[in-house]
Design a protein around this ligand. Sequence first.
Ligand SMILES: [Zn+2]
Length: 283
Amino acid sequence: MVLQHTLKEITQIKGIGLHSGLDVTLTLKPAPINKGITFYRTDINSTPLRGLYSNVVDTRNCTALGSDSKNIVSTIEHFMATLYILGIDNLDVEIDNAEIPILDGSSRVFLDILKTKPLEAQEAPAKILRVKKEITYEDKEGCRITMLPSDKLEICFDIDFPSPIVGHQNFNNVIDYSVFEQEIAPCRTFCEKYQVDYLKSIGLIKGGSLENAVVLDGNTILNPEGFRIKNECVNHKVLDTIGDLYTSGYRILSKVIAKKTGHRHNNEILKILFSSQDNYEIV
Ligand SMILES: [Zn+2]
């Protein structure tokens, strides 16, 4: 039987928020059985935010949780993906600002820090959900995500970007620790320079730089070091998907087939998944 786990010790992670550019500190504390991942804004008078799909209020540039216009915690996805792969089921996350630190725009720093921290096995079975029936969410633009039954988490992801430096990329693999550590965790978020210019012009991504994103400009990549790995862009989309799927509150067993999808589609497919108990079983 796989048990639930939490961190054994209090751990801090510091960085800056992508949009605010402000310093932010995460204080991670052990949490009891069946509590799940819960975020607490310590800089404002707020209510706890459970890291669940039903609390997602914004999926435009990241996945954000919220209960009102002030009590928001955004950019949770790279952090959630790291908790998923390490098998951390229960954790209290105190945060002194509105954004999880962007760090290097990937999960590498979260993983490097958290993989060295001892976990505590807890006396309750891990919450595991097996998809029983094929479900699909597709939007008008032809972006589509399908979940099929499987006895493991497998992701097949296709992207097709106009930028020739990205173009068509595909990822198709079972998500286990070594695949995550080597092929997924290092993959940074990416965008086009014109998007950066626009977002900066409306006061967003104040913390954005070549230190925390891959920036493409036509045929060139502006980061002097280039891509970290081949297919870094599609693998980053896989990273986002793993983090978003963990807002189900379960370790999901499914073959996920995604084409050109993002945070919104990941949230919509979870709503469909939980809309009928015929779609899944808890194992
Ligand atoms: Zn991302």
